[in-house]
Design a protein. Structure first.
Length: 318
């Protein structure tokens, strides 16, 4: 029960109702159990699991994490336990809480996305799916699914036929414009978009002249990607009528408010959780103070409220 004396942080992302706008981002919160000793999962509005594939994946060879200053580079390669172990062993332990459970799915080919969803549909208590379509599509020579709008639309449409649960499409930012991919996901029947995944980056050890990741390039995340993410959220917000979940470099309450103003209905926190797994609870408390001080009655009134300086403030999509 929410305390009537406290500002209400609840938001809706389409059909998904959250008690606050803060998700843990995929790959930064394990399967929802890993941080149980150090953080209260229920302080999150929701959490997105590590991306799951049909079979377990080992991921890439090490080194696959490099701290760069500032930010993080990773080439984990979607190492995961596979859908079956998650469904049988983990899901019963992470369903039923206050935080919504969103299962992330990443596969090499379209059929496998469908197969994973079909298996997950048998598991009670899952609130929705995030389709990680930023990952390589083996049938298109390893190009990310979401770099091809036609593939994006078909994939989302195929998954849509398999489930009535909430679906968000997580798109790659490694494109000139997010608009075509965003519209394709909407046309395929996505309930929301998750923007953004990591940005391609690279780190070099000047002394040894070696790359710091075994895969040479990897995914860049953390505070420096925030301006890119904000731009993609804004572009997406103006291109589609489905809600957007903003992701990229979020580390404090001001970041959250900025993403909402740019067009997000909720946000995800990724890299910052590695430094402080209890951060979402602290940000939630800060957001309550912000609402009190600024007289904000509902966080959803911020969504898309960017004042463009031309006397035009774009409103919440209908
Ligand atoms: C170590 C690591 C692993 C990640 N694994 C996944 C993953 O399995 N699936 C996915 O969709 N995104 C994954 N991501 C991307 C994050 O969910 C997020 O989109 C990205 O890191 C940007 O947010 P941030 O700057 O707050 O970290 C991963 C990120 C990191 C740092």
């Amino acid at each position: 029960m929410s305390d009537p004396a406290q500002p209400d942080l609840s938001v809706r992302v389409g059909s998904l109702a959250l008690h606050n706008p803060l998700f843990a981002a995929s790959g930064c919160y394990g399967y929802g159990l890993e941080y149980a000793d150090v953080a209260d999962r229920d302080e999150l509005g929701g959490f997105v699991t590590k991306s799951l594939s049909l079979e377990p994946w080992k991921g890439n060879a090490p080194p696959r994490l490099a701290e760069v200053s500032p930010g993080l580079l990773n080439s984990i390669g979607l190492a995961n336990m596979g859908v079956e172990s998650f469904a049988r062993e983990v899901a019963p332990q992470v369903t039923g809480g206050r935080a919504k459970l969103i299962v992330s799915v990443a596969c090499n080919v379209m059929e496998e996305y469908e197969q994973v969803i079909v298996r997950l549909e048998e598991v009670p208590g899952i609130d929705g799916y995030e389709l990680n379509i930023s990952c390589p599509n083996v049938e298109e020579g390893g190009m990310a699914f979401s770099r091809n709008p036609a593939v994006t639309e078909e994939l989302v449409a195929r998954v849509r036929k398999r489930t009535r649960r909430w679906i968000s499409a997580k798109l790659t930012p490694n494109v000139a414009s997010i608009v075509e991919g965003a519209q394709a996901a909407e046309a395929g029947g996505a309930d929301a978009l998750s923007l953004i995944n990591t940005i391609v980056g690279m780190a070099v050890d000047w002394k040894t002249r070696r790359p710091r990741l075994a895969t040479i390039t990897g995914g860049y995340s953390g505070p420096p990607i925030k301006p890119v993410a904000l731009a993609k959220v804004w572009e997406g917000y103006n291109a589609v009528n489905i809600p957007i979940v903003g992701i990229g470099g979020i580390a404090n309450w001001k970041d959250v408010v900025e993403f909402l103003i740019a067009g997000a209905s909720a946000v995800q926190i990724g890299t910052a959780l590695y430094a402080d797994p209890a951060l979402p609870g602290k940000i939630a408390a800060d957001l309550r103070r912000f609402m009190e001080v600024e007289g904000v009655a509902s966080l959803s009134e911020l969504t898309g409220s960017l004042d463009t300086g031309h006397g035009v403030t774009v409103g919440v999509p209908a």
